[in-house]
Design a protein around this ligand. Sequence first.
Ligand code: NDP
Ligand code: 2IT
Length: 448
Amino acid sequence: MTSLDSLDALLDHIETRDPHQPEFRQAVEEVMGPVFPYLDEHPELIGDGLLARLIEPDRVVQFRVPWIDDKGQVHVERGYRVQFNAALGPYKGGLRFHPSVNLSILKFLAFEQIFKNALTGLPMGGGKGGATFNPRGRSDHEIMRFCQSFMTELFRHLGPTTDVPAGDIGVGGREIGYLFGQYKRLANAFDGTLTGKAVGWGGSELRTEATGYGLIYLAQHALEHRGEALEGKRVAISGSGNVALYAAELAIECGARVLTLSDSDGFVHDPEGLDTEKLDWIKALKQERRGRIHDYAQAFSGVRFHEGQAPWGVEVDLALPCATQNELDDEAARALTHNGCAAVLEGANMPCTAGAVRVLRGASALFVPGKAANAGGVATSGLEMSQNAAHRAWSRDRVERRLREIMAAIHEQCIAYGEGDDGVDYVRGANRAGFVRVARAMQAHGVV
Ligand code: NDP
Ligand code: 2IT
């Protein structure tokens, strides 16, 4: 095998092996770009073919998921679990149900997850899974039957010390309930094999809010480090799912003005800003009625709906992309910085393209990558695993205290590995800190 001792060689190797996996290639470039210069001073970290082993998943499971809709028609989806790296603990990462799901996207997400999980300091490896299933417009019974069929294959690959999935796009509390029900039935075990469970039956307090809240805690640390505060800032948020809505909730509580939310139809712009009452209305719309974001513009005066557009043209101080990968490109980044936006934190996984990140850095905007900014969700999943293993349930205060500590520690690691003459480079800090923890563990375990 050719030597993989440069970023170009590594990316060429991926291109040759997996020419149809652009998102995976993008994620490897994003992680390893800032790590390579560090390796010049720390060659011991990559002996024994570490990089070649790091970019190859431990295992990929792909399977057929047949299900029957309410009209009796049979559908066949493709299901996956990418068990990427278990150097730090059992595979851990969400499940995504979305028609765009493919191996490239799941490998990118699982690869990111390895280093994100490392940053939390908790004992979790990296994995991701999902299916091509589109939950949009499906009845509860259709969702249930799909989840049961999906779990009927997946359960044999899971376990509380083997692989512990959670939610991601299209997989929330309802889906985790159905998945857990079928897992429990097949495995004949009530254990901590899924996280994101409801609080009454093994779930952790605050897991629902954790990704969005953690994003805001991280934003507070990063802004404070620059001598700024969140209070009074105008904020653009994309998405209106789990991450977006709880980021909005805490941002509002901290005195920020949240001006936008979106879904795949377009974005809503509320120039007055959301308040708790409006947000409760949107939560009911999205979580109970499963409606579309444009309904918000119809129900509240002064709110405009912009069909087919993302919110990055709105004049704001802070942007929180919380929908999906590559939703904020270089053009959007130029629009944001042109309008005076000085900070972007990734609530979603890899929502900013490489070009967008270059534009933001060129404009000296604060940029915090997802593996640091959105780690609060998986961190709280880690706390849920601890509670399940101990057969205990912690109070909301205790979980919140731990989550705050973990986000503060992630910020500290970004500073330790990323601070330079011109401030903190969070991309460098987060990727180097995550990589070092994983590489040390892999070296200790030998060539496996
Ligand atoms: P949800 O399914 O709850 O919400 C996703 C939101 O993003 C919806 O508003 C959805 O709109 C929108 N969206 C999804 N795909 C697209 C698309 N292709 N174009 C435009 N809008 C889109 O998912 P989450 O909030 O859980 O996840 C959002 C992001 O955060 C993802 O990148 C996920 O990987 C990441 N993340 C999630 C964590 C979690 O704990 N849930 C933890 C860390 C990161 P629509 O309904 O119209 O599809
Ligand atoms: O991207 C993510 O970190 C998640 N979807 C959450 C994973 C988890 O296991 O809680």
